[in-house]
Ligand binder design. Structure first.
Ligand code: 5GP
Ligand code: ZN
Length: 114
């Protein structure tokens, strides 16, 4: 998708503070962090949201989640834990229409969401 900011980040057209990259995914810090640790894990390919993943891409979704968990551990979140979030569409609070997993940690997070 040519006008998708996360596709542009994946292609290196928009700079990002990368944490991890391979053929199918990328992890980078959120520019507007909501916690001391706040990064995003995205697929390299444009999938709009979790409702568009489908059974065929479910193994990819699993790998994105496990990578998010591994990186959270690596960034020191193992003892206290973290929040793994996927916002979807308007009511889910999604503002960038390219599938992404938020990982937030480093402080206690409230629940339920407002
Ligand atoms: P959403 O609201 O769609 O779940 O999350 C989108 C996230 O992307 C937001 O937390 C926002 O701060 C982050 N974001 C938006 N534009 C950029 C950008 O250009 N670079 C980075 N690193 N994060 C971005
Ligand atoms: Zn995209």
């Amino acid at each position: 998708m040519t006008d998708c900011i996360f596709c542009k980040i994946a292609k290196g057209e928009i700079p990002s503070k990368k944490i991890y990259e391979d053929d199918e995914m990328l992890a980078f810090y959120d520019t507007s962090p909501q916690a001391p640790v706040h990064f995003l894990v995205i697929p390299q390919t444009h999938i709009e949201n979790i409702m568009e993943v489908g059974v065929e891409n479910s193994p990819l979704l699993g790998r994105l989640l496990i990578r998010a968990e591994v990186l959270a551990r690596r960034l020191g979140c193992e003892e206290k834990g973290a929040r793994f979030v996927i916002n979807c569409k308007e009511h889910g609070g999604q503002t960038v229409d390219h599938l992404h997993i938020h990982v937030l940690a480093g402080r206690p997070l409230g629940w339920p969401p407002g």
